[in-house]
Design a protein around this ligand. Structure first.
Ligand SMILES: *[C@@H]1O[C@H](CO)[C@@H](O)[C@H](O)[C@H]1NC(C)=O
Ligand SMILES: *[C@@H]1O[C@H](CO)[C@@H](O)[C@H](O)[C@H]1NC(C)=O
Length: 255
């Protein structure tokens, strides 16, 4: 299918631009694919289309990993810090992570606002809220959340982790989100997302892969998310997927 599309495009473009224009290639190799015109003139149209194809393919087909969790649940902290974060560091080219801090919480409508109750009490609601606001306001949210969740005190470490991982971050704006309507509304979205799970979650950490949860996927995610993501990814495998094994099998010989 892909080959056919490429063939048709190539024929059409060659007809349109003429195919004897090789001599007029006047741009350096790094720019050959920068436009259709230069690709045709430099005789590399097929290669450019293919590499663009691969790139857009990769962008659309990332494995979607979602984690439904709560900020103070020990199993969640362990999964987040020891499995999902290191996996994402190695495989972020081929996987997206969606963190939904809410878990076994409950919400009650109270006028314009929602009131939240969390399994591990008030501090957990605060932790969930800080993490939710971080995801809205910092491009380093995952790093900050990782830092918080691996610290002895998730809440107390929040500001230090924030400032450490994202020097641009204004802690004042995080706290005004946490205490204000914005955080309240964002948490409501977490509640809606969690309540919409199908099947409904029975525990946390609860994982979905490409929106799907089964016992088998959950087990694989818990045991080796890395292998699962590599095997589910349909595009060309990144080096990390193949390289890990040989990495673990490298020896220092006694000569
Ligand atoms: C390849 O992709 C770049 C960026 O998306 C685009 O500007 C360029 O025209 C594409 N080249 C070809 C030959 O399709
Ligand atoms: C942040 O939250 C606002 C709503 O309060 C929303 O409109 C916006 O898209 C969010 N931005 C990100 C990056 O999530």
């Amino acid at each position: 299918m892909k080959a056919l599309v490429l063939l048709i495009l190539t024929i059409w473009l060659n007809t349109k631009y003429g195919s004897c224009a090789l001599s007029s290639c006047s741009v350096p190799p790094s720019k050959w694919c920068s436009s259709l015109d230069s690709a045709v003139k430099c005789g590399v149209l097929k290669q450019c289309l293919e590499s663009n194809f691969t790139r857009s393919h990769e962008a659309t087909e990332k494995v979607q990993v979602a984690l439904y969790y709560e900020s103070l649940c020990p199993g969640c902290r362990q999964f987040l810090t020891q499995i999902i974060y290191p996996t994402w560091l190695l495989l972020n080219e081929i996987m997206d992570v969606d963190l939904v801090p809410y878990g076994n919480a409950a919400e009650k409508h109270d006028g314009q606002k929602y009131i939240y109750q969390c399994q591990h009490g008030e501090p957990e609601c605060l932790g969930n809220m800080i993490e939710t606001c971080l995801m809205n306001l910092s491009s380093s949210a995952f790093q900050i959340i990782q830092c918080m969740e691996s610290s002895a005190n998730v809440i107390k470490s929040a500001q230090i982790c924030g400032e450490l991982q994202d020097p641009e971050l204004s802690w004042t704006s995080i706290m005004s989100c946490v205490k204000g309507d914005q955080g309240n509304q964002l948490m409501h979205l977490n509640a809606l997302k969690t309540d919409a799970l199908n099947p409904p979650h029975q525990y946390v950490p609860w994982v979905t892969i490409n929106g799907e949860h089964t016992e088998a996927l959950q087990d694989k995610a818990m045991n080796s998310l890395f292998t699962l993501v590599c095997s589910m990814y349909k595009g060309p495998k990144p080096k990390a997927c193949g390289g890990s094994q040989s990495h673990f099998r490298s020896y220092c010989y006694n000569e």
